[in-house]
Design a protein around this ligand. Structure first.
Ligand code: NI
Ligand code: MN
Length: 228
């Protein structure tokens, strides 16, 4: 496995997968601890959007306009950006599709969703993405849910997953450890933490919590890249 993952704060990650650049939940301009200059350097092939909230969707239009990327999201969110003239591939929870970089399956997320202008934002989703070599799970904003136990049953074995750990608006790191157990994965990249006071976490405490269960919690700095 040789996957580059770059973190841009909150839930925004860029993952090079199957020869394509996949950008998840771009909202750099809304993040008080990330710099807007990062935005212009991004040139993804696909933008994947988990739900409508501004801390995930704020830069979708800007990036689609500049990069000509394809949006992969729910029917409602792809329709919303489609009306503005952007191309996308609509999906919904439980469905999968084979793209030129691999297979994407939409899975349940327990959260809420509305776009910043008040438009209905569809049920929130997570993404499980795989090809013949690698499989990973991007949970989006979600509570811990028993549905996560279905993922190892219906998808290939996970190599890593990206889970929210900041608590208050999503699960915190204690529930995220249970989520890691449910999806049977020991390498977890944390997201949705530290962007504002409600979701500040103690990094060492969170990492130790995973370590005592033989799992690794990776908390990246903004702009930091890791190879997986
Ligand atoms: Ni949200
Ligand atoms: Mn959020």
């Amino acid at each position: 496995m040789n996957i580059n993952l770059q973190y841009f704060g909150q839930s925004c990650v860029l993952i090079e997968f199957g020869g394509k650049k996949l950008l998840f939940d771009p909202a750099i301009s809304q993040n008080p601890i990330a710099s807007d200059a990062l935005l212009n350097a991004l040139n993804p092939d696909y933008v994947l959007l988990s739900h409508g909230h501004g801390d995930h969707s704020a830069d979708v239009e800007n990036i689609l306009q500049r990069s000509n990327a394809t949006l992969i999201s729910t029917y409602e969110l792809v329709s919303y950006f489609g009306e503005k003239g952007y191309k996308g591939h609509p999906m919904n929870t439980g469905g999968k599709w084979n793209f030129d970089f691999g297979t994407v399956k939409l899975v349940n997320a327990v959260h809420s969703s509305v776009l910043p202008d008040g438009t209905y934002g569809s049920n929130p989703v997570g993404f499980v993405i795989w090809n013949s070599e690698t499989c990973f799970y991007f949970a989006g904003d979600t509570a811990l849910t028993y549905d996560m136990k279905l993922i190892p049953v219906i998808c290939p074995a996970l190599d890593f997953c990206i889970l929210p750990v900041g608590d208050n608006f999503t699960m915190g790191y204690e529930d995220a450890l249970l989520a890691a157990q449910f999806v049977e994965c020991s390498k977890i990249i944390g997201c949705h933490f530290d962007s504002f006071p409600y979701i500040k976490i103690d990094h060492q405490k969170a990492k130790n919590y995973f370590e005592q269960d033989g799992k690794e919690l990776i908390l990246l700095d903004i702009e930091e890249t890791i190879e997986l």
